[in-house]
Design a protein around this ligand. Structure first.
Ligand code: NDP
Length: 284
């Protein structure tokens, strides 16, 4: 058996097509959509991520408003810039690129973002809405992973799901979303202290790897025919690899996302979807 490869690139294109239509519909009502990006410091990877986000925004008709601060910026400077964007009527979404350099407190800075403009869905208010089963702006990588399942018609209701990794950015919100009354999966959230991880993972109908360990998930973690969602992005000497050993797992799983071309493509697309949702809500 060879698994079906779930193309995040294809799903992202379909999400971006929908976003473009919604942006046009808002323009017809006299409302333009603006995404502010805030980049602090010189980290090359962060510069690449922000450039890609800005390019994608412009491609779908969202105005990109970019701000850069030096690595020596103070916490107050970062938060004061965010507050000015909260008050700016041309800004619908705010993206603060994380991590912040040095001693700057990224979590505190995220809390300065108005929840209504929180394009990344990482403000405690928006994370709280997930727990209440009333999502408003959901975090992009988790909602992008679910969108892939939806696109390929992979049911979550009643499915046994194991999510490996419990970060507030990916694993934990994804587990909450999958276990919601909308999704109805039975979810186990695994982490570095989980006992006998391979045996647990091998019970999953849907296995999600959000670990940050190159190719850790091998075929012995996978139930025959399971769906495997690889969130990991690891830069190795061999290039970009996921948390799943693709070549090993592809012959055992029923469906699998590749790296690159999988979940990574969805994160930016969902950022655009959140930005247009924020604009629609502001217009009422
Ligand atoms: P974190 O480092 O914040 O979290 C990693 C999680 O994996 C932790 O919960 C940790 O457990 C768990 N873990 C680490 N080692 C093991 C192990 N040996 N066995 C079981 N669990 C383990 O990472 P992120 O969630 O931020 O990112 C995870 C991966 O996803 C990374 O590769 C990252 O690059 C990628 N990523 C991809 C995105 C995309 O757009 N596709 C977006 C964001 C991230 P514990 O809590 O016990 O320490």
């Amino acid at each position: 058996m060879t698994a079906k490869v779930l193309s995040g690139a294809e799903v992202a294109e379909s999400v971006l097509g929908e976003v473009e239509e919604r942006v046009r519909a808002l323009a017809a009502r006299g409302k333009s959509v603006g995404l502010a990006t805030v980049l602090v410091g010189e980290d090359p990877a962060s510069h690449v991520y922000v450039r890609n986000k800005r390019r994608t925004a412009e491609r779908v008709g969202i105005t990109s408003i970019h701000h850069e601060l030096g690595a020596d910026a103070s916490q107050e400077e970062v938060e004061s810039l965010i507050r000015s964007l909260n008050d700016d009527p041309d800004v619908d979404g705010i993206l603060l690129q994380l991590p912040l350099p040095g001693d700057l407190d990224g979590q505190r800075a995220v809390e300065a973002i108005s929840p209504a403009k929180d394009a990344d869905g990482l403000h405690p208010m928006n994370l709280g809405h997930l727990v209440l089963d009333t999502p408003v702006l959901a975090p992009c990588t988790p909602s992008g992973s679910i969108r892939i399942l939806d696109h390929y018609g992979i049911p979550t209701s009643g499915a046994n799901v194991v999510v490996v990794g419990r970060s507030f950015l990916v694993g934990r919100p994804l587990a909450i979303l999958l276990g919601s009354k909308d999704r109805n999966a039975t979810v186990t959230l695994a982490h570095s202290r989980t006992r006998d991880l391979p045996a647990l993972c091998a019970t999953a109908d849907i296995l999600v790897a959000a670990i940050g360990r190159p190719e850790m998930i091998t075929a012995d973690y996978v139930k025959p025919g399971a769906t495997v969602i690889d969130v990991g992005i690891n830069r190795t000497e061999a290039g970009l690899v996921g948390d799943v050993a693709f070549d090993d797992v592809v012959s055992k799983a029923g469906a699998i996302t590749p790296v690159p071309g999988g979940v990574g493509k969805m994160t930016i697309a969902m950022l655009m979807a959140n930005t247009v949702s924020a604009a629609e809500r502001r217009l009422g």
